[in-house]
Design a binder for this molecule. Structure first.
Ligand code: 5GP
Ligand code: MN
Length: 338
């Protein structure tokens, strides 16, 4: 955990005219909620501010207030580079290494002298920033953005748009408030957000009740045909090829949450999900209790994340990926299971 003194954040923000907010590759609810929540706050402070994402994000987040102003680096590289180039400050939200933003990270490393502020809750952060608001115990980056806004500008600064964005990220990153990262303090923050105008029921519906028919059928196919169980290791995993995804008319976001299902099976403590994507294999890991998937993802899958939720990637065929996984699972369990 590293939280620099609030006075330093106040000073840097008050001096800045133009501010970029960037978030991680394949942005999720916490990435977009924290970025757009902060965006509305900085707009209210009369800053020239833009959210810049490295690539596309799912349709079930595209209703968030401020969505239309987001710049996608893949579609609008020039515009993004120009804005970053003239920024005095760059906020980097919900990731811990510039590798998580791909080419956007290379551009930022090489082309700007802007002050960088990291707000994040992932383990083992890199040290590229000037100021840190980092806490691995936070349930979400949205929770940290709430605390940052409240300590720099007071609770009065939180309006309905900010509350809506931050509520969305807290809800999605905590699996609808059920993960161990949720504390009494989280619920107090959520209560404040509802009081400020976040419509909890409508937000849930906008995010979770947005399945297409084909996505629902893909979930059914995965659970009935693709889920494998390694009973000796309390493990479940699924592998999805591009061909299978195409068959179900895959759209971004359609596989979101699939890795979590197996943890609802009695005795399953570790769940893995592998999916062909952009010529690579995207890996997702979830666990319960002491099984540290952050270390697993860092050590073997060129990734990282949190103790109970992490991701990474693999280059090679799905068969070799599965083989590698089957070789590694016993190591994970000999080390970590209690
Ligand atoms: P997911 O499995 O949902 O993609 O990611 C789970 C968690 O791990 C998220 O908090 C995400 O930010 C993190 N994560 C996913 N992929 C990577 C990766 O390639 N590198 C790192 N450092 N973190 C990742
Ligand atoms: Mn997060």
């Amino acid at each position: 955990m590293r939280k620099d003194p609030i006075a330093k954040f106040k000073k840097v923000i008050s001096k800045a005219k133009t501010i970029s907010i960037v978030t991680h590759w394949s942005p999720d609810g916490d990435a977009m909620g924290s970025s757009l929540g902060l965006y509305h706050h900085l707009k209210n402070l009369n800053k020239n501010v833009k959210v810049i994402v490295p690539n596309e994000y799912p349709g079930f987040l595209q209703w968030l207030p401020g969505n239309k102003s987001v710049i996608n680096f893949q579609f609008n590289q020039k515009k993004a580079e120009q804005f970053i180039g003239k920024s005095d400050v760059i906020f980097t939200l919900d990731f811990n290494t510039l590798k998580r933003i791909d080419k956007l990270g290379d551009f930022i490393s090489k082309n700007t002298a802007a002050k960088k502020i990291m707000v994040d809750h992932h383990r083992e952060p890199d040290h590229y920033a000037d100021l840190y608001f980092h806490d691995v115990n936070a349930c979400s980056t949205c929770e940290l953005i709430f605390l940052l806004i409240r300590s720099t500008s007071g609770l009065k600064a939180v309006n309905k748009n900010i509350a809506t964005c931050l509520y969305t990220g807290i809800m999605t990153d905590t699996g609808n408030f059920r993960f161990p990262s949720v504390t009494a303090a989280t619920h107090k923050i959520v209560a404040e957000l509802i009081e400020k105008g976040a419509d909890n029921s409508a937000i849930y519906s906008s995010v979770q009740d947005d399945y297409s028919e084909s996505r629902m059928r893909l979930v059914g196919y995965c659970l009935s045909q693709k889920m494998k169980i390694l009973a000796d290791y309390s493990t479940s995993y699924m592998c999805l090829t591009k061909e299978e995804l195409d068959k179900f008319g895959f759209e971004k976001g359609d596989t979101e949450g699939l890795v979590n299902y197996a943890l609802s099976i009695r005795c399953i403590k570790f769940s893995a999900f592998f999916m062909e994507k952009d010529g690579m294999i995207k890996t997702s890991f979830r666990s319960k209790g002491n099984i540290d998937v952050n270390s697993f993802a860092r050590e073997f899958w060129n990734g990282g994340g949190h103790k109970n939720a992490a991701g990474g990637q693999f280059s090679g065929s799905m068969n070799s990926c599965e083989e590698k996984f089957l070789n590694e699972v016993p190591n994970l369990f000999s080390k970590k299971v209690k």
